[in-house]
Design a protein around this ligand. Structure first.
Ligand code: PLP
Ligand code: COI
Length: 340
């Protein structure tokens, strides 16, 4: 095991031993290649650099008490990445290449998969980019698919403690019929400035509203949003948010715990009715929301936690999700794949 202070890890890049790469040329994918370099030589007219032909994914591998390494719902990340690929006209990566690449990155960097009980995990970052040169606005003929991995701690420094969030009204992350449902770089570029401003103002993340009417909740920085009221898990239905695999899993777990699940538009004013709210995603897991402020709107503050603790339902959902991920609880829905 590497000499890393696992408990202190933030969500950032640590260099590991190897990454894996696969090139698409003349209509076919080549063999998986292993690289120990963390740079990519690239044509200066590559479409990923000019026209945003770039999609990525994020998934985690967890080391259990039994020392086994479990990867969470990689098939969902593959499906979503292929949806992103279709959406911005990139070559599609076959499922077997995706999974072989996940396994190889983990196996070659085994020592970087954090020990059980440290709260850290091994984050896999699949990346698909247009590498072929074009000067006109067209899709590339050549692509690179690669995965690197890095050990990570919590996305929000608060960990599983409530964070404060600001509603953004002076910027949109994605248009109703735009690319919000794809995990493509352009959406993140569109969120950088507003994200920076809310951080500067002391908030952990931006809450985006629907771009058309600014009436409904969209999502929460790099995470989906959920609210709890009357034994119901409520999460936005929107054509401009990323379909989160964590959120999909929480909906299943919530139902399994006897909650009702509603996926529908959530008007901002409904925030006043929730007893708990959270942001959820691979990086964030569940981040309970302490307070949401609408400084750019009517100035309202919606408070969900006064004692610095998550609500009871969020605690239960978090325990079930992490229990499955770290192999402490039964994998009732077959979400976990082992890597030897
Ligand atoms: N929304 C956005 C914009 C994201 O970047 C992410 C992270 O992947 C999520 C939501 C959460 O998705 P998932 O749970 O699949 O990680
Ligand atoms: C994730 O949750 O995996 C993400 O990709 C979020 C962010 C770091 C982009």
């Amino acid at each position: 095991m590497k000499n890393i202070e696992w408990e202190k890890l933030a969500f950032g890049y640590t260099k590991t031993n190897y990454n894996v790469r696969c090139y698409y040329k003349d209509g076919v994918w080549g063999e998986l290649e292993v690289s120990s370099s963390d740079t990519i030589p690239i044509h200066m007219a590559a479409t990923c650099l000019h026209y945003g032909q770039e999609a990525f994914e994020g998934l985690k591998a967890f080391r259990g008490k039994d020392n086994k390494i479990r990867v969470f719902r990689w098939d969902e990340n593959h499906k979503r990445m292929m949806n992103s690929a279709k959406g911005i006209m990139m070559a599609e990566v076959p499922e077997n290449i995706f999974w072989e690449a996940c396994k190889k990155v983990i196996q070659l960097n085994r020592d970087f998969v954090p020990p059980f009980g440290t709260g850290a995990a091994f984050y896999l970052r699949p990346l698909l980019i247009g590498t072929g040169a074009q000067v006109g606005v067209k899709a590339a003929n050549e692509y690179l698919f690669m995965i690197f991995g890095t050990p990570v701690g919590p996305y929000f420094k608060e960990g599983f403690k409530p964070v404060n969030i600001q509603i953004v009204r002076d910027a949109d992350r994605a248009a109703p019929l735009g690319t919000g449902v794809y995990k493509v770089g352009g959406n993140y570029a569109a969120s950088l400035l507003s994200g920076h401003k809310v951080h500067e103002a002391g908030f952990a993340a931006a809450l985006y509203l629907d771009a058309k009417e600014k009436k409904y909740i969209d999502e929460c920085g790099p995470a989906n949003f959920f609210g709890i009221k009357n034994n119901t898990y409520v999460t936005p239905k929107s054509s401009s948010i990323l379909p989160s695999i964590t959120n999909k899993s929480l909906m299943t777990l919530a139902e399994d715990m006897g909650l009702k699940v509603e996926r529908r538009q959530i008007p901002v004013e409904e925030l006043a009715e929730f007893t708990e709210c959270g942001a959820c995603g691979t990086a964030a897991v569940i981040s309970p929301i302490g307070k949401i402020v609408d400084i750019q709107g009517d100035g309202k503050e919606y408070v969900f936690s006064k004692n610095g603790e998550a609500g009871e339902v969020s605690k239960k959902l978090y325990a079930r999700l992490q229990g499955i991920q770290y192999g402490e609880m039964e994998d009732k829905f077959n979400w976990v794949s082992f890597v030897d």
